[in-house]
Design a protein around this ligand. Sequence first.
Ligand SMILES: [Zn+2]
Length: 442
Amino acid sequence: MIKQTVNNTEVIVHSGYEEIGGNLVEIRYKKNRIILDLGISFKQFKKFYEWPFRTPKDADELIELGIVPKIEGLFAKTENDINAIFISHAHRDHSELTQYIPSGTNLFMGETCEIILRTRRDVYNIKYKIDLKNGVTKFRTGFEIPIDEITVHPIHVDHSIPGAYSYIIRTPDATILYTGDYRLHGGKVCERSLTEDMIIKAKEYGKIDLFITEGTRFSDCSTDREIDVLARLNKILSSFDGTILLEYSYLDIDRYESIIEAAVNWNKNILFDYRHLIFLYRLYKEDSGLTKKISLDAYKDMLYIYVKNRGRLRRKVREIIEEMENEGYNIIETLQDVPTQNVILEGFNLYIQDIFKTGPERCLAIHSTSEPYDEEIEISYEKLNNWLKALNAPSYRIHSSGHIHPLDLIKVYKEILPKDTLVIHSEYPNQVKEMLTKNVIK
Ligand SMILES: [Zn+2]
């Protein structure tokens, strides 16, 4: 935990300092308390749990194990209550603890974020206390949300998940910019970076007293953008006609679009794990801003959805799959029904034993996430690599990060010129801060 003050405004980083993920930040002005993000620390989480096989029983267990800090009025009502909670985006290291907050909590998030959390709840049978669909206040970029004496302004940013926001928070004596997770290079879906809007808005406010920025990337950085990812995918897909095993962050719509484009270019079919495609399907159906941007309906012929043990799935999930089947999507219940040539098996880590059993002659793997940091904590790379060796499959890493790289961070900093900076979501907060201040002569 780290505390910083600007006049009478206090900023408390309950978790997410000196580590990547687990964002949980409180802004206090006298009796007013707001929380930014409800993330979980993967580092701590992984010591005790293996998702989805062993998951926490409740918030008390997480607090007792020291994974989640004890914060008055967060999971149980007290007199010193929290006025509102704002979630920046739906990655689990920013939103995981939403399931434990009591109903009646003032919870705010973007429309897209709510759709993703609700889908995750349905697919993984997560028990929420709060009614996501009706009990959450949804905002769009540019809103001004007054919370007693504090005003919160969400402004969209670019990240490797749709619906990511930064916040400008104004108390009577401080203006704070909280970036959430972001990057300055645009994606594929939207070439101009949405993050430009955050910079514009921050400059409109005049002085930013405190710039709370993520600093995920520091060592071994690359400047690769989504367009570079597409070029590399094209290269590999053009020269290999065996089975391609692919894992990517399935909430990254830009990556999905690159994969589809490369697959169309080289005549490949793609088998998706049903758990992953359901998210895209829901966003496509429910998020009017994304319907035109997600290549789904028109690509049904090349998409296969792998649903094993369909009869044993929960009713809610079965219903979504039936809906997709009725709309003409190809549902595959056994891998034997998939052609072994010219096929991409997405989410292969979830059914690697089935692949091992069917024994495709020639496989090659593409890791399209950043190792070792996986925002959805789905993958254990060590085990995965052992399976790939057992399949005699070489692997390539093709990735462009959702996080800002140091040179771009300096650029943002130079534009905003904040009075003070607090680096979170970073293993090296002091080094990142020093890097920023030393590169700017005020
Ligand atoms: Zn994050």
